[in-house]
Design a protein around this ligand. Structure first.
Ligand code: SAM
Length: 288
């Protein structure tokens, strides 16, 4: 492959500063010419994993010294990077996508800003934004919530905090945890429209849409491979069903149906969180 920046070409020196460089999330063709020229022109690259970034540099035919950097790196490392960025060009990259977005960099930018470093960002790929463009869900307001906690209790608490937010929600997830997370989201948020975007910009890119419970059922026993973003539509515009409507629907559903099917049917019909419907169904059964 022809390097984008032939090493024989002189690369103009960049002014001192910290250059935040977004890199591809799968398709190397998504590296912008400006990002490639910047990586070729800096004196040092702070990289999440230098082995990963070495492959990107090889692709563009560039050799620049690298320094492994995490926000939890030794306290001495950040001041060193800030000091260097005050007198020469230093780039920050993560393994893929936009640095600082579920990736290292926030503390470095914070400290560099406090020290008066010239900070330049080179916008580019970001899985959260790319997934929003695929999902067909409202994009006028969205909330990026990163990764949900792995443990069920903490995950349910995190989802409960998101339930009232009137915006499309964007979450990063892994294949093995996808089914359980979708089920927990259906429980905690109600059965909202959602999308699972997978392997964006790669050979097996796909975006599967459906309600949260449909998606949970689809992935329950078939964890997909690859990298995943979940997007979830905002809560319904209409006022949530009132207590009388909920009781009437539950009484009708419980008449001849099991608790489980009644809760599932009413959750779906009224778009309420399953936990709310379940608690009320238990109370009605107990004669409350
Ligand atoms: N900073 C990156 C960005 O700008 O998107 C995100 C880094 S985060 C550690 C990695 C997560 O992003 C993955 O676990 C996955 O949820 C999501 N992701 C990254 N690349 C992706 C892709 N090509 N398709 C779908 N999701 C992706």
């Amino acid at each position: 492959m022809t390097p984008l920046i032939p090493t024989s070409d002189p690369v103009p020196d960049l002014p001192p500063g910290l250059y935040i460089v977004a890199t591809p999330i799968g398709n190397l063709g998504d590296l912008s010419p400006r990002a490639a020229a910047t990586l070729a022109g800096v004196r040092l690259i702070a990289a999440e994993d230098s082995r990963v970034t070495a492959k990107l540099l090889a692709h563009i035919g560039v050799k620049v010294p690298m320094q492994a950097y995490h926000d939890h790196s030794a306290d001495t490392l950040r001041p060193m990077l800030v000091a260097r960025a005050l007198r020469e060009a230093v780039a920050l990259v993560s393994d893929a996508g936009t640095p600082l977005i579920s990736d290292p960099g926030f503390k470095l930018v914070r400290d560099a800003r406090a020290a008066g470093v010239n900070i330049v960002t080179l916008p580019g790929p970001c899985a959260a934004v790319a997934a929003l463009t695929l999902a067909g869900l409202p994009t006028d307001r969205f909330l990026f919530a990163g990764f949900l906690p792995a443990k069920a209790g903490a995950r349910a608490t995190a989802i409960a905090e998101l339930a009232g937010i009137r915006a499309t929600l964007v979450l990063y997830e892994s294949g093995p945890r996808l089914g359980a997370s979708l089920a927990a989201l259906a429980d905690g948020l109600g059965d909202r429209p959602a999308a699972v975007a997978r392997e964006i910009s790669k050979r097996f890119e796909e975006c599967v849409t459906g309600s949260l419970s449909e998606l949970a059922a689809r992935y329950a026993d078939a964890p997909p491979r690859g990298e995943i973003v979940i997007t979830i539509g905002p809560p319904p515009e209409a006022a949530p069903a009132d207590a009388d409507t909920l009781d009437a629907a539950l009484v009708a559903a419980l008449d001849g149906g099991t608790l489980k099917t009644a809760v599932a049917d009413v959750t779906k019909a009224l778009g309420l969180p399953r936990a709310t419907v379940y608690a009320r169904a238990l109370a009605l059964k107990a004669g409350a």
